[in-house]
Design a protein around this ligand. Structure first.
Ligand code: SF4
Length: 70
């Protein structure tokens, strides 16, 4: 899989990723972004969501979003 992950040590909780791609990202109780368990495999996302997830990754101001082969 190509796992979408947010590095919580880097995330500043700005909410941009959730605004851009709410299908994948949400802000948790700690005020930090997480990739939703059910939508965290880039390979399995429909093209449209894949595109917004990539936009979110590219627009994170602190580059906290990673996609890794697992
Ligand atoms: S855009 Fe980046 S810094 Fe902002 S909430 Fe999402 S992961 Fe965190």
């Amino acid at each position: 899989m190509q796992k979408i992950e947010v590095n919580k040590d880097i995330c500043i909780g700005c909410g941009a990723c959730q605004a851009i791609c709410p299908d994948v990202f949400e802000i948790n109780d700690e005020g930090l972004a997480v990739a939703k368990e059910e939508n965290n495999d880039m390979e399995k996302l429909p093209d449209e969501i894949k595109e917004t997830a990539t936009d979110a990754k590219e627009n994170c101001p602190v580059q906290a979003i990673q996609v890794e082969n697992k």
